[in-house]
Design a protein around this ligand. Structure first.
Ligand SMILES: Nc1ncnc2c1ncn2[C@@H]1O[C@H](COP(=O)(O)OP(=O)(O)OP(=O)(O)O)[C@@H](O)[C@H]1O
Length: 260
């Protein structure tokens, strides 16, 4: 949550000239990207344009070969406050073959906030709140092995929310999620954004999240080709198969997200 008196311009994520290579392939080729406190930024682009690699570099899973990353003003190599960040990876399941309940999986997301892994009353309340936010309160004791793909995704998002992160990074949170679940996730995100959470999302299309998004950053071949307000048409052009955007007309209203 924003500190009292903090400005909305404080960079939470700052990538400068970021380059990364996977195998022999240059995947990020000089990315500049700043996400400021309270912003909701969507990372768009065709398959293979480098979106997942960019967010994985932000959380330290992919090392940079050049350039720099700062999180909350601290160089990534010195950053230790991982409880401030909630990360929802791309297309994994919450189950992993392990018998666990929804509450147990979501509780694991709270451990970073605890001492010695002991969940106190406030921690249990945060876990319950996260489960409630994604609309699974009545299923909390159910095994995650019995959930649909969309429900898994909701559990993973609740797991990220349980730590009450200031920055939420989600890699295609709507992938494989039906429309009803998408609406629930959009409502969940709306609450987080209203509470001041900064959000970086990888998306293929804006869909139900469109009204929440302040900025769209479009990648192509590991480079930023658009960084600005998401024009309406971008929703279509972010669909698989579209790897280009049209410059938006000057007459288009600037979308400011939640408050517009
Ligand atoms: N482990 C790896 N080794 C080598 N190349 C990889 C590896 N992982 C990804 N790549 C390549 O890096 C490029 C960028 O991949 P990335 O997953 O970041 O793209 P993306 O924009 O997230 O794509 P998608 O929309 O399909 O999820 C792709 O060409 C991909 O084939």
């Amino acid at each position: 949550m924003p500190e009292p008196g903090s400005t909305t311009t404080e960079p939470v994520i700052a990538l400068r000239g970021a380059t990364a290579t996977l195998g022999a392939r240059p995947v990020l080729r000089g990315i500049d990207l700043t996400v400021r406190r309270g912003e909701v930024a969507a990372l768009l682009g065709a398959n293979g344009s480098g979106k997942s690699t960019a967010v994985r570099s932000v959380i330290g899973q992919v090392p940079l070969t050049g350039g720099s990353i700062e999180l909350f003003g601290t160089p990534l190599r010195r950053f230790r406050s991982w409880a401030r960040i909630g990360y929802v990876p791309q297309r994994t399941t919450a189950a992993g073959g392990v018998p666990a309940t929804i509450r147990e999986v979501v509780s694991s997301g709270r451990l970073s906030r605890t001492k010695l892994g002991l969940l106190r009353k406030a921690d249990r309340a945060a876990v319950d709140r996260a489960i409630d936010l994604v609309g699974l309160a009545d299923r909390a004791k159910d095994s995650v092995n019995a959930l649909s793909g969309g429900q898994h995704q909701r559990v993973l998002i609740a797991r990220a929310l349980a730590a009450e992160p200031e920055l939420l990074i989600m890699d295609e949170p709507m992938a494989g999620v039906d429309l009803a679940s998408q609406e629930i996730l959009a409502a969940t995100l709306r609450e987080q954004v209203a509470a001041g959470t900064t959000v970086l999302l990888v998306l293929h299309e804006l869909g139900p999240l469109e009204p929440l998004i302040d900025r769209a950053i479009v990648l192509r071949d590991g480079c930023v080709m658009h960084d600005g307000p998401p024009p309406k048409a971008l929703g279509q052009h972010a669909l698989p198969g579209h790897d280009h955007v049209h410059p938006h007309a000057a007459s288009e209203p600037v979308r400011t997200g939640l408050l517009s």
